[in-house]
Design a protein around this ligand. Structure first.
Ligand code: 5GP
Ligand code: 5GP
Length: 222
């Protein structure tokens, strides 16, 4: 079922804002605890490390070993903290079955990171390292964009704060006016690069983004 695909062009680190996701899921998550516990809901967590093509498409479900939880047993504690599953439904794997969020991300995206990343352990370790080196939550907090259920912040201000910190333009996705995802992009050597190329930034801000001009970063209590 895996496919041989041409080599990807760049990486996208997809982060999710738990306050937005857990707002919608709160009741469901109360039963399985995914939006509770020791995890902070006021920090971006990892959705996935995605290989992408410059034309806007991406490879998925490439040839590679199936997910094996034993491969990453030494990373489990760190992954639970920074890469928690905040969804109650089981994810589909590339092979038609149901699996964990981690299994889904490895099989769908991780297997396509070759030749830069070639195995499951390296995939998760690399994602954690890149995430740790680029602390988006801290950057936004320092710019005055703090989790809040009443404040709204200018989308342009959030983008500028990230640009100033990493010298690259991120991509944002919103749900109901709240930031749901923030994507940071990297060259294959993990130096930051723009997710959105220059000529498109203006139109992105005006039209094609799912975010309004003023966005919130909901502060959901665990
Ligand atoms: P959505 O439609 O919710 O934005 O994305 C659904 C899924 O498509 C994501 O979970 C991810 O697996 C994949 N996807 C969406 N956008 C991108 C992208 O820009 N790059 C890659 N590699 N995958 C994406
Ligand atoms: P993607 O959008 O990456 O292709 O797919 C995400 C899949 O993982 C969906 O099937 C979704 O149900 C599952 N999933 C499990 N936990 C999470 C989570 O915390 N965030 C997101 N976006 N999807 C999750």
């Amino acid at each position: 079922s895996g496919q041989e695909q041409r080599e990807f062009d760049y990486f996208k680190l997809a982060l999710q804002w738990p306050g937005t996701i857990c707002q919608g899921n709160h009741r469901c998550c109360a039963s399985n605890g995914c939006c509770q516990g020791s995890n902070s809901l006021s920090e971006f967590t990892i959705h996935g490390l995605w290989p992408d093509y410059n034309d806007g498409s991406w490879p998925s479900c490439c040839n590679g070993p199936r997910y094996d939880s034993k491969e990453i047993s030494t990373l489990t504690d760190v992954l639970k903290k920074y890469w928690p599953s905040l969804s109650c439904s089981k994810s589909s794997t590339c092979h038609g079955g149901k699996g964990t969020f981690w299994a889904h991300e490895w099989e769908k995206h991780g297997t396509c990171c070759s030749p830069v990343i070639r195995d499951e352990y390296s995939y998760f370790l690399t994602a954690i390292n890149v995430y740790s080196k680029h602390n988006v939550t801290q950057v936004l907090n320092e710019a005055g964009y703090l989790p809040s259920n009443s404040e709204k912040y200018p989308l342009g201000g959030i983008i500028t704060a990230i640009q100033n910190a990493f010298h690259a333009t991120p991509e944002l996705q919103c749900k109901g006016g709240a930031v749901e995802e923030l994507h940071l992009c990297f060259f294959k050597d993990f130096k930051p690069r723009d997710c959105i190329s220059e000529p498109h930034i203006e139109s992105y801000l005006v039209a094609s983004s799912s975010c309004p001009k003023y966005v919130s970063l909901p502060d959901v209590q665990a």
